[in-house]
Design a protein around this ligand. Structure first.
Ligand code: FE
Length: 200
């Protein structure tokens, strides 16, 4: 069974002006679609064709010669997660359970914001910035290179920002920092992240 390009949870122009329709047309309509198409080509006629995405990613990670499979499967998973990490009414300081957990993990929201932006802008080359939950329940920020999702390292992802150039170049040119600030201040989907929180 082939994977499908999962529908966006909002219209392509819904994140403007923070993320334009043109960016979604390219990033979702071309880049993400291309990962789905390549993944389907790679699993066709293999034992992976009936597996779920997480199983394929975990198996491919430690398999020699499976770098393309890992990269394309992981990028499908990462982008599905990224679109859901944003909301047209998102951004700013969360309330409720997430506010308490951010205070426990980082001190306060401003400190979290600084740590997240630094991780995102400090990631050399392509990659991802993540809010994750560690095994002891504590929240942390990590950056991962290229296609790597944090769950392959035992960390539960709560929220992510794509920091590949294709995520921001149309709207922000080379200014990754401006894009990541906009993500935190206007797009971050705290309801999605909070749903994924687990009790300590
Ligand atoms: Fe991307």
């Amino acid at each position: 069974m082939a994977f499908e390009l999962r529908p966006l949870p909002y219209a392509r122009d819904a994140l403007a002006p923070h993320m334009s329709k043109e960016t979604l047309d390219y990033h979702y309509g071309k880049h993400h679609k291309s990962y789905v198409d390549k993944l389907n080509g790679l699993i066709k006629d293999t034992d992976f064709k009936n597996e779920n995405l997480e199983t394929i990613i975990t198996a491919a990670k430690d398999t020699r010669g499976a770098a393309a499979l890992f990269n394309n499967a992981a990028q499908v998973w990462n982008h599905d997660f990224f679109w859901r990490s944003m909301d047209p009414d998102g951004g700013g300081e969360p309330g409720g359970a997430m506010a308490n957990r951010i205070a426990a993990g980082f001190g306060d929201f401003e400190k979290f914001r600084k740590v997240f932006v630094e991780a995102a802008t400090g990631q050399f080359g392509s990659g991802w910035a993540w809010l994750v939950q560690e095994k002891d329940g504590k929240l942390a920020v990590v950056a991962t290179p290229n296609a790597v999702p944090p769950f392959v390292n035992g960390l539960k992802p709560l929220l992510t920002c794509d920091v590949w150039e294709h995520a921001y170049y149309i709207d922000y040119r080379n200014d990754r920092g401006a894009f990541v600030h906009e993500f935190v201040d206007h797009l971050a989907n705290w309801a999605f992240a909070t749903e994924r929180l687990e009790a300590r």
